[in-house]
Design a protein around this ligand. Structure first.
Ligand code: PGA
Length: 251
């Protein structure tokens, strides 16, 4: 299975900070013999410069969001063809912060995924339950609903081009991490959802306070194939260490 380590920088860095971070990651990766796919998702203003910086390497640049329409009167939005035209290869969709603060529903997310696949970009689709849903024992139901709502309409060949990230919302940026058992159980659940559709090739990443000190225990689990990293992706050393740990755990 492909293993992916993706850095989601969220609304952090500035022009110089982004350039320095990319440089630090590239330097670290140069000393690493790895087949792990590395993805960097800087904020929109730094995407084009990042694409130039990583040219000639295996690093893929991702956006953190996109609009479903190709162009038009949508002030403030960024379309998939725009991203494609500057060399962006992937896009995070359905992140819990976009669901929570920007009202994104699975229906909207489904249309963004369609637009990305239409133009050959890889959607990195995020799913995950909030704390109350886990406490009520509804976490698997919630994730199934998200998978059905955002990915259920895709043909098998389109679904095979998606990357899924399971991010328990209560673990994002909180320092709390799912236990290896909680993570493995949910990843197995997502894997079963994919298997029902005869898809074996889609990597399911773990996200939520994934850091060098807890990543080895997560990346080694049977149904986890890498991570979507927030806070720890803002430090080149930590991020490269996560790529190294994912390389060691590759399966
Ligand atoms: P975190 O963020 O690693 O800071 O918890 C993960 C994410 O939201 O993608």
């Amino acid at each position: 299975m492909r293993t992916i380590v993706a850095g989601n920088w969220k609304m952090n860095t500035d022009r110089q900070g982004a350039a320095d971070l990319v440089n630090g990651v590239l330097k670290g990766l140069a000393g690493l013999d790895t087949a792990v796919e590395v993805v960097l998702a800087p904020p929109f203003p730094f995407l084009a410069a990042t694409v130039e910086q990583v040219r000639g390497t295996r690093v893929v640049v991702a956006a953190q969001n996109c609009h479903e329409a190709a162009h038009g009167a949508y002030t403030g939005e960024v379309s998939v063809p725009m991203l494609k035209s500057i060399g962006v290869g992937a896009c995070i969709v359905g992140h819990s912060e976009r669901r929570q603060y920007f009202g994104e529903t699975d229906a909207v997310i489904a249309r963004k995924i369609d637009a990305l696949l239409e133009h050959g970009l890889t959607p990195i689709f995020c799913c995950g339950e909030v704390k109350a849903e886990r406490e009520a024992g509804r976490h698997e139901h919630v994730v199934t609903t998200q998978l059905d709502g955002a990915l259920g309409h895709l043909s098998a060949d389109r679904l095979a081009r998606v990357v899924i990230a399971y991010e328990p919302v209560w673990a994002i940026g909180t320092g709390l991490t799912a236990t290896p058992q909680q993570a493995q159980d949910m990843h197995a659940h997502i894997r079963a959802w994919l298997q029902q559709r005869d898809i074996a090739s889609v990597p399911v990443l773990y996200g939520g306070s994934c850091k060098p000190d807890n990543a080895a225990g997560l990346f080694g689990l049977p149904d986890i194939h890498g991570g979507l990293i927030g806070g720890a992706a803002l430090d080149a050393g930590s991020f490269v260490e996560l790529v190294r740990l994912a390389t060691e755990a590759e399966h």
